[in-house]
Design a protein around this ligand. Structure first.
Ligand SMILES: [Zn+2]
Ligand SMILES: [Zn+2]
Length: 51
């Protein structure tokens, strides 16, 4: 069904400093691996859960 893309989608990000991830965009403001705060260079993407 078009028009409902946010139903099971989760926004995640990958640390650009150590490539650690995926991290929760909402909960993880810092990389737990290296302590790098999420910045404009970090990769942000959206993944969809199965189901
Ligand atoms: Zn990191
Ligand atoms: Zn970064």
């Amino acid at each position: 069904m078009p028009g409902s893309s946010s139903r099971t989608a989760t926004t995640v990000w990958y640390c650009d400093n150590c490539t650690y991830g995926p991290l929760n965009y909402t909960l993880d403001a810092y990389c737990p691996s290296c302590g790098h705060p999420r910045c404009v260079y970090c990769t942000v993407t959206t993944i969809k859960s199965r189901g």
